[in-house]
Structures are given as C-alpha cells and as structure tokens.
Design a protein around this ligand. Sequence first.
Ligand code: PMP
Length: 427
Amino acid sequence: SAEEVLRLRKEFLSPALFLYYKKPVMFVEGKGQYIFDEKGRRYLDGLGGIVTISVGHCHPHVLEAVNKQNATLQHSTTIYLHPNIAEFGQKLASKMPGDLKVCYFVNSGSEANDLAMLMARAYTGNYDMIALRNSYHGGNASGMAATSHSTWKFNVPHSFGVHHAMAPDPYRGPYGRNDPDAGKKYAADVKNLIDFGTSGQIAGFIAESIQGVGGVIVFPDGYLKHAYEHARAAGGVCIADEVQAGFARTGTHYWGFETQGVIPDIVTMAKGIGNGCPLAAVVTTPQIASVLAKRIHFNTFGGNPVVCAQGKAVMEVIEKENLQANALNMGSYVLAGLERLKEKHNIIGDVRGKGLMLGIELVKDRTTKEPAKSECAQILETCKDLGLLLGKGGLTGNIIRFAPPMCINKGDADFMLEVFDAAFSTL
Ligand code: PMP
C-alpha cells in the first residue's frame, strides 16, 4: 500500500527526497499522457514526470526499440564500438543548426551542464561564468553553482566563479512586456556584470531558453541575441540549457533557443530526450569539442546501447506523430483558455509560456504581485484529487507549471481547463 511504501521511504531513504502532495500519491503504471495509481485511478500527467515524458508513457515504438536492445546487449561502454551511439549521434546532429554536431552523451542534465562548463573553461582558458538569477542547472557541485534559486542551494562551497545576472522576467522585472527594448535592456545587465563583477574575460554564459523551475520565465525577444553578443565580446562561449525547452516542446521550434533566433556554441539536453530514461547530452561545434581531444574524459554509462536505442526511438516518434505541431496547437489552445480563466479568477496574476511549457503565476494582489504560495499548493492538491497532476515553480513556489507529454489531445486540454477552473472556485 502507499502507506507502507511511505513508511519504508521514511526509514530507508534520504530525507532529501521530498513529496509534492500533503496526501502522497503513488503511481504504478503509465500509458500515453495518463498515469495510474495503485488503485487503478487515472490521472492526466500534466507535468510529464517533471517535463520528461515527451512522447507519452510506455510508447509502443520506444518500448519495442528498448526491449529489443535490452534482450540483445544491455551494456558496453564507449571503449568499444556500438552502432546505437553512432546512429543516435548522427540523428541528433541532424537536428542541430550551424556548426553544432559533436555529441557527448551523459546521464543527467546536471552532468551535461557540468561538462558544458568544463568545455567552456577548457576551450577559452577563462574561468568566470555568467548565469541568470532564477535559473536551475542541476544538483551537482557545478550545476548548483550555476543555479540561482535559494531552495536548491546549500550554503557550502561548491564551485566558484559563477556570477548571476538579472533574470529577464517580463512580469516581475523592471522592463515589462510592452517595452520593445526590454530584451536589450535586460541583456545590458550581463555586460555590467562582466565589466564590473568579473575579470572582464569570461569562460561562458549559460542560460535556459525558457526558465523552467524558475517559473516558466519567457525572455523578451532579442534578449539572448544581445546577451550572447556581450558574452562573446568578453571571450566567452554561449551555453543553451535545453533540458526543459528542447525537443519540440515550444511547438514553434525543435530547440528553445531558436525561439530567440540565436545559435549557441554548446547545447545541453536531458529529460525529454530520453522520455524517462537516464539520457543526456552535450552537443557542440567540432572546434570546441576538439579541446577534449587532447585529454581523456570518460563516462561509464553515457551513451550505452539501451539509452541510445530509446533516445533514437523518441526522436522518431516526435517526427512521425508530428508532436511539435501538436505541442503548438494544444499549447495555444490551453494558453487561450488560461487567459479566459485569468479574467475570472483574480488570483491569476499572469499566464505565459510557449507550446506545452506553460506557467500560471498566482498572486494575492495584482498590483503588489505578492506571491500566493499557500494557495498555489492548495490548487495543486485539489487538481491532483480531481485527476490532474501539475507542477510548481518560481522562487517562492507560486507558479503552476503545465508541461504534459506532447501527445495530449483536445479532450485532455479541456479536462485540464475544467479541473483548473473548479480548483480555483474552491479557494
Ligand atoms: N537544467 C534544467 C533546465 C533543469 O530543469 C534540470 C532539472 N530540473 C537540470 C538542468 C538538471 O537535470 P537532472 O535533474 O537530470 O540532473
């Protein structure tokens, strides 16, 4: 029973593990966009395993590929040849713009960002990194250093030399949505930080294309273009963390950075790339990748035959089932519905997002924008009781996140909006 599992977890597992709901829920099965608890009750997985289930739970094409590989050879490492890693690398590279084509496979987003920052430092010979306030880049030492989110930080020394520039947050920041120069103005903070907070020469600039954990912060147009220019002028390379916004989720583009019209020097990816298996990657240019040619850098599980079979199958499903177009259609439909709900419920301060990466910011008062944190937790709990899982984000946990598998249909979108409306009516 869920109670017994909870008891075992409390006794034998790290107290660092946290539960989303006051009344915990246990899931034992998943199919497509739905997930089922131990009593067989169905939920719409509106968070997709924290923005990870891109093509749906237990997709038959993915299962076929991975089961076949599991039955043939489960493990070998990169010290031997295997076709899967080569074919998957080629497929991934085919989706990358510009000179981006050299892949290094690892196991998690944190590892990918750690490696990306190592590459940036090794390639430029500089040390200082610029990241953004509100960011989440991982739970290992360097990922945590790049993260700017007090919830996820430990007050222990981890990795030095990461400086945080202002988050380009059009809802809370000084330059609003109606300011056509907002992107340029926020990016000026990157330049100020480089000029006055570092040695003046940096290793790189790392940013999510849309800040996920930070509360679905969509940057003003032009922000990344200007920020990249400042970073490059100071000798740095530009790292796009596509862990959440990548793999077609924004609907209009395959990569989140494309929505800002930029081409990074290094791209990191995880979560949606593997649809639930530990698969992540760093993709860069041959020139930057060559910095690792002079040394040995090894990863035991990275790019193993099973995860590469899974990753390749996931990309095939995104293409065959037109999930990018579906993310755009369903995302626009839900966003329009959320705009209507905003008219009805004063607690909704802002709705935003691209494709199926949506955020709903709750405030106690629309003028002061005081975060409605406890109300947010209550809404999440009510939605769960009504069969809808959602996420939480933002510096104070007052932003609801909707990032379901990209295969949701109109019925699911209507269900989400109805449940949401009903939950707000209980406040
Ligand atoms: N980058 C981003 C943008 C993320 O959202 C996350 C995870 N929430 C990470 C990196 C770290 O990924 P992982 O948990 O796989 O280490």
